[in-house]
Design a protein around this ligand. Structure first.
Ligand SMILES: C[S@@+](CC[C@H](N)C(=O)[O-])C[C@H]1O[C@@H](n2cnc3c(N)ncnc32)[C@H](O)[C@@H]1O
Length: 221
């Protein structure tokens, strides 16, 4: 992990540095060789994705969204959103990802950022109960159909249990925007190794209240 990454700043996020790869595709090949698995997933954890960067930028401008609250960074990759949430004053942060290498990367990045992130390496999307937290951050989860169709029902369940849900996304094709309320947009630096453009527009949304939480529903005045 250390051999293929370099501690580097993420533009727009001050002095925060993460272990990121300059050549993600070379790292991917190395991961496939090391694991003996030709289908090893892309090392998502070695790159700060546009959706996560947008959330991170938003939290720097609006620390009140997470200050003093318990935060979950779903599909954490590098742990960018969890770390920025802690720097914005979150009481605690948990990073959830299915990739064991992401879990290791979060621990490394948190250590270098001087903060403590709890890491959960598990697929939680079929859990009936949401995590014991106040805020969910979901950065860049809508790049693949199957993951996309599972993640929104889980976020809705969390929302219906009273958690705030913030979504960050650069306009991926599988993002359903119907229930999302736009909060802010940022131009974020990416790489044409992974994206069509090296600058993308990342948008942060809040998941709107469901029927049970709406104040305008009939009979609830
Ligand atoms: C595009 S990356 C986004 C990483 C980070 N949020 C960011 O914006 O930089 C997507 C992440 O989702 C993770 N992932 C995929 N399926 C998942 C699942 N069912 N539960 C949790 N994480 C998942 C991948 O391992 C990967 O780290």
């Amino acid at each position: 992990m250390l051999r293929h990454t370099r501690l580097q700043q993420v533009p727009g996020l001050g002095r925060l540095r993460l272990h990121l790869a300059d050549d993600v595709l070379a790292l991917w090949r190395a991961t496939q060789v090391a694991s003996g698995d030709p289908d090893a997933p892309l090392p998502y954890w070695a790159f700060a994705w546009a959706g996560g960067q947008a959330i991170a930028r938003y939290l720097r401008e609006h620390p009140e969204r997470v200050a003093g609250r318990r935060v979950v960074d779903l599909a954490s990759g590098s742990g960018l959103c969890a770390i920025v949430a802690l720097r914005a004053g979150a009481a605690e942060a948990t990073a959830i990802d299915i990739d064991p290498l992401a879990a290791a990367a979060v621990a490394l990045n948190a250590r270098d950022a001087g903060c403590r992130v709890t890491v959960l390496q598990r697929d939680v999307l079929d859990d009936a109960e949401p995590p014991d937290a106040d805020v969910i951050l979901a950065g860049d989860c809508w790049y693949e159909a199957r993951f996309a169709e599972r993640v929104m029902p889980w976020l809705r369940r969390a929302r219906d249990h009273g958690l705030d849900v913030l979504v960050g996304d650069p306009g991926r094709r599988y993002l359903p925007t119907a229930e999302l309320v736009k909060l802010a947009s940022y131009d974020v630096r990416t790489t044409t190794e992974l994206e069509d453009l090296d600058l993308k527009r990342g948008t942060v949304y809040v998941l709107a209240p469901g029927p049970a939480g709406r104040t305008d529903r009939p009979g609830k005045r």
